[in-house]
Every structure is written in structure tokens, then in C-alpha cells.
Design a protein around this ligand. Structure first.
Ligand SMILES: [Zn+2]
Ligand SMILES: [Zn+2]
Length: 316
């Protein structure tokens, strides 16, 4: 992901990767339509009709209602991931130094990215000095790189607190849309589990006596296929969700996993609750929706993506 590599396979493949992303979109839409048809139209929806009213009506209503609710949350979260900016670096960005807030910034520091000699900075704190010395620069964007920011070769720009470029959403996942991405994963997982359970009796019936099959052969085939696809997706999503739950609770991005392994103590780990709030915000009611309060957006620096509290800030 580092922009300084001379040959980057992701840069070479950025066009095909984008095309693959749009193909994935069509694939996801096709699978969602197939599952909806199998669960709602073929299997459970007809049980709600007055002619078929029976003891399964309540269960059928629950399946259809929850399925629609999850579908609405999936589409909402998905649109938020796709259309939200994951976070761009402001033009001429430079790190905020303590001496700036004291009004003692040197002209060199204000002008940009040249790291001044320490002897020129009598008023600098050691933390400021460390920030200057560790400041990174993206040669592609010709701009400074805030901490945890990485250059995405597919999007061809730097992304704040970049987690990864996701071909499923044709966008980067970063500081400002990571929560939406996680909610999309959670609700998709729940929908696939619901579909799998709702189709299980039909799947078992598929292997039963052929004379007892009430549906058409094409509907039976669609139900069978939808069950297999939903089962496969739910298992894959479960693994992916477990990995991201561990990343959220340790305040790590997918890109930082290797870096964290080398560190004795991960500097961004503020404790599980605070780590969670760095992504989901502090308002419990909005933890389950792809939204933030204005106060959280203003008060949680990690959501702006330019500066991040560290263990030392919390321990002070
Ligand atoms: Zn860049
Ligand atoms: Zn990207």
C-alpha cells in the first residue's frame, strides 16, 4: 500500500479491479434477488395469504417482516459505505503541533513538510519533535500523510485511517465509513442466517419424496441454490466478522495487523470500550444505524481521521 514502491500490482490492476467491483455489485444484487424470491415469494409469503392461513402464519409473518427490516438496513448501510467519503487528506496538510497552539510555530513549520533541525526549535516539545521526525509524505498526492493514512492505488489517493479497498462496495473503507461497512457486514450476516434457517425445511424436503413436492421444478432448484449460497455466505461472513470484531476492539486496521504484531504494546489501544467508541461513536442508540451524532463527529478525532489519541494520552 505504500506509495513509494516502484512497481505496485494494485496500481497496474486498478482498472480491472474497478471493473471487478461493478461485476461484484451485479453478483450481490443477483444473489439478493434470488434469496428474496426463494424466501419471501416462494416459501414464506404464500403462507400469509388468507387461503393458506394456518398455524405457520405467525412464523411466516415474523420471517417476512424481519427479512424486510434487515434488507432495508443492508441497503441503507451499503449506500452509506458506497457513497460516503472514507476520508481525504486536506490540501497542504501538516501535523498539529503543540507549539502551534502556543502560537510559537516557526515559519519553516508553517510552510510545509521540510523537517527542521532540532536546534531551530528551542520551543518544541519532545512530542512535537517526534511528530515532525515521523511525518510521512505521499509522493503521488504530493501531500503530507497523517498517522494511519495510506495511499490507495485503486482510488489513486490517500485515504484517512485506511482499512482496505473493498471491491464489494467499489470504495475504500476508512475513518469515516468503517462503521457503515461493519454494519453492512453484520446485517448481511443476519440476513443470510435468517434465509438459511428459513429455507432449511425446504432444503430437507428437497431430498424427500418427489411426489410430495408442491412447487415447480424451477422453484425447487432456486430454493436449493439460495439455501446453499446463503449458507456459504453466512459462514464466510462469520469468519470475516470475527476478524473485524477483534480489530475494532484492539483499535487496529486491517493494514496495521502486521505493524501491531511487531509492537510490544499497540499505541492506539485505549481499552475495549473506548476502542469501540472510536468507530461506533458514544450514542448507544446509533450504534446499530449508519449514522453519527454531530457531537461525536466533532469530539471524536478518529472519526475525522487526522489525529488519534494514543495510550499515553489516556494514561496521563
Ligand atoms: Zn497519496
Ligand atoms: Zn481505494
Amino acid at each position: 500500500m505504500d506509495c513509494c514502491r516502484s512497481v505496485n500490482p494494485f496500481a497496474v490492476c486498478s482498472g480491472p479491479l474497478k471493473a471487478l467491483g461493478y461485476a461484484m455489485l451485479l453478483l450481490v444484487a443477483a444473489i439478493a434477488a434470488l434469496s428474496y424470491y426463494a424466501v419471501v415469494i416462494v416459501s414464506w409469503g404464500p403462507k400469509l395469504l388468507p387461503a393458506n392461513a394456518g398455524r405457520n402464519s405467525v412464523l411466516a409473518f415474523a420471517v417476512v417482516a424481519v427479512s424486510h427490516l434487515l434488507l432495508a438496513l443492508i441497503i441503507w448501510s451499503y449506500c452509506m459505505v458506497v457513497f460516503s467519503d472514507p476520508g481525504a487528506v486536506p490540501e497542504n496538510w501538516r501535523p498539529m503541533l503543540e507549539e502551534d497552539s502556543l502560537g510559537t510555530a516557526s515559519p519553516t513549520a508553517l510552510s510545509g513538510y521540510i523537517i527542521p533541525e532540532s536546534r531551530d526549535l528551542p520551543s518544541s516539545t519532545s512530542e512535537d519533535l517526534e511528530r515532525r521526525q515521523t511525518m510521512r509524505f505521499c509522493t503521488r498526492c504530493q501531500n503530507g500523510k497523517p498517522p494511519r493514512c495510506h495511499h490507495c492505488s485503486v482510488c489513486d489517493r490517500c485515504v484517512l485511517k485506511m482499512d482496505h479497498h473493498c471491491v464489494w462496495v467499489v470504495n475504500c473503507v476508512g475513518a469515516r465509513n468503517y462503521k457503515f461497512f461493519l454494519l453492512f457486514l453484520v446485517y448481511t450476516f443476519l440476513e443470510t442466517v435468517l434465509d438459511t434457517l428459513a429455507l432449511l425445511p425446504h432444503f430437507i424436503g428437497f431430498f424427500g419424496d418427489a411426489r410430495k413436492h408442491s412447487g415447480s421444478p424451477s422453484n425447487l432448484a432456486i430454493t436449493f441454490l439460495a439455501f446453499v449460497l446463503n449458507l456459504a455466505f453466512s459462514l464466510s461472513l462469520l469468519c470475516f466478522l470475527c476478524m473485524h470484531a477483534s480489530l475494532v476492539l484492539s483499535n487496529t486496521t486491517s493494514i496495521e495487523i502486521y505493524e501491531k504484531k511487531k509492537a510490544v504494546a499497540w499505541k492506539y489501544d485505549l481499552g475495549k470500550k473506548k476502542n469501540f467508541e472510536q468507530v461506533f461513536g458514544t450514542n448507544k442508540l446509533l450504534w446499530f444505524l449508519p449514522l453519527y451524532t454531530a457531537a461525536d463527529q466533532e469530539n471524536i478525532p478518529a472519526l475525522q481521521g487526522l489525529d488519534f489519541p494514543t495510550r499515553s494520552d489516556v494514561e496521563v
